[in-house]
Design a binder for this molecule. Structure first.
Ligand code: DQA
Length: 379
């Protein structure tokens, strides 16, 4: 099904490429719009791009898009921090809208942390650079394809998960999906949308979790605790969802694989499998480039903490492991998976390594040429 998407940019975003490139990148607005058009086309959709420096102009464009488009990707610029009029326009048009900010608005001036437009949007993406616009298009695509039921598993706004159940009577096996992103605030569960939708096409229910990330949201103990809490919460799912917790697979990407390892290790019933996708599994050997990511996990009491947070030091897992890793991954070296699989076998776990031609991100994208292979390893 072809969906018409509006890409809308607010004030000062016409200056992209020239305006503070250290914060907003070097791509111009024309280039960003072109990349978005191409990405939408890859997913089978058409995209119309607009920009205005005026609040009223943006409102008029939103009003006119009623009945014309089925999804909006919107960067309101600074208006997102102040404009209740834009909030109301978004609410009034009732078109699913993803708010995008190129920069990490939560780690800049305090006034940028507040978005008054976000509550009228279905999702917010920030701090990923201009690729965030493409992530927003993907999110609208997968949301339309198979709308999730978002449930809370704790009181914090990040303690939520998207449940998708497949067609058919069930009971359904379930995959718990844990996104990566170095445990940092900008990376959230939309990264696993494609995998969730594809797995449900293959008859699996999916529980795509959000979790409290390390600064500024929380400390490492919360980050490590949340995947386990989300697994526990599945036990309280109403029976009409027909989920079979005795057939739970835990799937984690990148830093999410580290979290998945510990959630699987303490889970009851035992997961039938841990699938690590481009996983960070040997934290000590990640190299100095990762030190900033590991601060929360390893810096204080480094020695004592290691066994608590480093999968390779915490074997055996007690559930079969499948480690999938792309040979083109230049974010997390493939050696991370190779070493874990060898160590897991030595420790008595059943462990398999699947090497693909992917890089670090296309390994979780259904658009990846290696997708069949990736799906097979997850099922
Ligand atoms: C922005 C963030 C806003 O705070 C700022 O006023 C912008 C751009 C972003 O994309 O990061 O104009 O929306």
């Amino acid at each position: 099904m072809t969906v018409r998407i509006l890409l809308l940019n607010g004030p000062n975003l016409n200056l992209l490429g020239r305006r503070d490139p250290a914060i907003y990148g070097s791509a111009t607005l024309d280039e960003v719009e072109e990349q978005c058009r191409a990405h939408a086309a890859r997913l089978g959709h058409t995209l119309e791009a607009r920009q205005s420096n005026h609040e009223g102009g943006l409102i008029d464009i939103l009003h006119r898009s009623r009945g014309e488009v089925e999804g909006v990707v919107f960067n309101p610029g600074a208006y997102s921090h102040t404009s209740y009029a834009l909030h109301d326009a978004l609410e009034a048009i009732e078109i699913p809208t993803v708010e995008v900010h190129i920069s990490d608005v939560r780690s800049r001036e305090t006034w940028r942390r507040i978005s008054v437009t976000e509550p009228a949007c279905v999702y917010q993406i920030f701090g990923r650079g201009t690729v965030g616009y493409q992530n927003a298009i993907s999110h609208l695509h997968y949301r339309k394809n198979h709308p999730p039921l978002t449930l809370s598993y704790g009181p914090h706004p990040d303690q939520v998960a998207d449940l998708r159940t497949p067609w058919g009577a069930g009971p359904h096996p379930i995959a718990v999906l844990i996104h990566g992103g170095g445990w940092t605030a900008p990376y959230t569960r939309d990264l696993m949308d494609g995998m969730a939708v594809e797995l449900s096409k293959h008859g699996m229910a999916t529980w795509n979790i959000e979790y409290r990330r390390i600064p500024p949201v929380g400390d490492w103990r919360n980050t490590l605790a949340d995947p386990s809490l989300s697994l526990e919460a599945l036990k309280a799912l109403p029976p009409e969802h027909r989920v079979d917790l005795n057939r739970t697979t835990v799937i984690g990407h990148s830093a999410g694989a580290q979290l998945g390892f510990f959630a699987a290790k303490s889970a009851s019933p035992r997961p039938v499998r841990l699938v690590s996708v481009a996983g960070m599994l040997d934290l000590e050997r990640l190299g100095s480039g990762f030190d900033y990511l590991l601060q929360g996990f390893l810096c204080e009491e480094r020695e004592a903490r290691q066994a608590e947070v480093d999968p390779v030091q915490s074997l055996p897992l007690g559930s079969p492991i499948v480690a999938i890793h792309g040979r083109k991954d230049d974010s997390v070296p493939i050696d991370q998976s190779r070493r874990l699989v060898e160590a897991a076998r030595r420790a008595g776990d059943q462990a398999d390594l699947v090497e693909t031609d992917s890089d670090h991100m296309d390994i979780i994208s259904p658009l990846s040429p290696a997708w069949e292979q990736i799906m097979q390893a997850c099922l």
